[in-house]
Design a protein around this ligand. Structure first.
Ligand SMILES: *Cc1c(COP(=O)(O)O)cnc(C)c1O
Length: 432
């Protein structure tokens, strides 16, 4: 098993370079098919075009104040700041550029924890956060902070009553993601924001999977700090942003990288001008096309789901269908061995519910948090649809998965027993 993960501890599936398994692509479908857009997305050609001039011609340092090379770079950065701000209902001055959402999440959590240490040391988050939040919380726990990890219900959503009970007089921050990267579940962000605001507690949200896909408005949702990433929204890798509220309340963040005082002192380092221009353009396009794109991808996702459910038994969707990103489908194919399924569809790039940790294959902690057993988690697949997927691709993927799952189940004694009505939970397995 490759240790080269696509994202988020979800294992990358090996992709055949040619038509794997002797399969032939129908007309208009090019193999392999990329359907793993929660891990990363290709750069939109319009984004690339906007970035190109900033590598060679307009290469100035945005911090150079003495000449036009610097001014032009700075102008481009400020335009991008406006574009990012507009997507989430913020103002340009509230956007800090970073190297990506891992850094944004670190800066938000560590920066707030440090700045508000006098006020309290308690942070609330939840168990299905991205590792960039969970690992940062673990680190803060070592420095004397207390962290409450809220559980999620079987549908992947937190219970707002749990959140209400978790607040105490030392709570300074709540960090709950907007939409989950594995199961696409959208948390009740506006309600969480309201509860935090009423208590004077800051609210950070990891908005990577949500911004540009569904509507995100930092003011109506009472979000104080929001993390964004370029490469999940058809922008470049290695660039992200952190929204930091300036009014009602004014949020303060201690810088975690020192040296020069860039980005209003919150994040030093020479700005990645082409990357920032790309992120800005990606946000602009997303803002303009989000509604139609969401509708299109939602229909394709629903078609994929309907086809799979129409032909296969013992499959189930993980996470709420109602509160979900339009481009996500995460399905368990019970009584199918996950690795075999992945190998069988190796001309389709998707992610499995397994994560490689050193030598062993660990079931996804997100799926486990929903209450799935290890076997079922391993038999799960995340389909992440994106801007460049077509209906013909969805049809191909559905047919392929159905074909492979049926073949694998023909070889599965467990599936046979279940079909014959034997209660396999009552069987006492003998060790040989
Ligand atoms: C991808 C992802 C991140 C990390 O973003 P990078 O820009 O790759 O560092 C954080 N949170 C979520 C939910 C993600 O999907």
């Amino acid at each position: 098993m490759s240790k080269n993960t696509f994202d988020d501890d979800v294992t990358a599936v090996p992709v055949a370079t040619a038509n794997g398994n002797g399969s032939t692509a129908p007309k208009g479908v090019k193999l392999p098919i990329y359907m793993d857009n929660h891990a990363t997305s290709p750069v939109d050609p319009r984004v690339l075009e906007a970035m190109m001039p900033y590598f060679t011609g307009i290469f100035g340092n945005a911090a150079s104040r003495n000449h036009s090379f610097g001014w032009e770079a700075e102008g481009a950065v400020e335009r991008a700041r406006e574009q990012v701000a507009k997507l989430i209902g913020a103002t340009a001055k509230e956007i800090i550029f970073t190297s990506g959402a891992t850094e944004s999440n670190n800066l938000a959590l560590k920066g707030i924890a440090e700045m508000y240490r006098e006020r309290g040391n308690h942070i609330i988050t939840q168990v299905t956060e991205h590792k960039a939040v969970l690992d940062t919380c673990k680190r803060l726990e070592k420095s004397g902070y207390r962290v409450t990890y809220l559980p999620v219900k079987a549908d992947g959503l937190i219970d707002l009553e749990d959140l209400k009970r978790a607040f105490d007089e030392k709570t300074i921050l709540v960090s709950i993601m907007f939409a989950n990267n594995e199961i696409g579940v959208v948390q009740p962000v506006a309600e969480i924001g309201k509860l935090c605001r009423e208590r004077g507690v800051l609210f950070h949200s990891d908005g990577v999977q949500a911004a540009g896909k569904i509507s995100v408005d930092v003011n109506s949702m009472n979000i104080d700090v929001l993390s964004l990433s370029g490469h999940k929204i058809y922008g470049p890798k290695g660039v992200g942003a952190l929204y930091v509220r300036r009014r009602n309340p004014r949020v303060q963040i201690s810088e975690q990288i020192n040296g020069g005082g860039h980005e209003r002192g919150m994040r030093s380092g020479t700005l990645n001008v082409p990357g920032i221009v790309g992120l800005g353009k990606a946000c602009e396009i997303a803002g303009q096309e989000m509604a139609t794109e969401g509708e299109r991808l939602g229909k394709l996702r629903d078609k994929l789901k309907a086809k799979l459910e129409g032909s296969l038994d013992y499959i189930h969707v993980n996470g709420s269908m109602e509160h979900r990103l339009p481009n996500n489908l995460n399905i368990s194919f019970v009584y199918v061995e996950g690795e075999s399924l992945l190998m069988g569809i190796n001309d389709v790039a998707v992610s499995s519910g397994s994560a490689c940790t050193s030598a062993t294959l660990e079931p996804s902690y997100v799926l486990k948090a929903l209450g799935l057993g290890d076997d079922v988690a391993h038999s799960s697949i995340r389909f992440g649809l994106g801007r460049f997927n077509t209906e013909a691709e969805v049809d191909y993927v559905a047919d392929k998965v159905i074909d492979i799952v049926k073949k694998l189940r023909e070889l599965s004694p467990l599936y046979e027993m279940v079909k014959e009505g034997i209660d396999i939970s009552k069987i006492e397995w003998q060790a040989h």
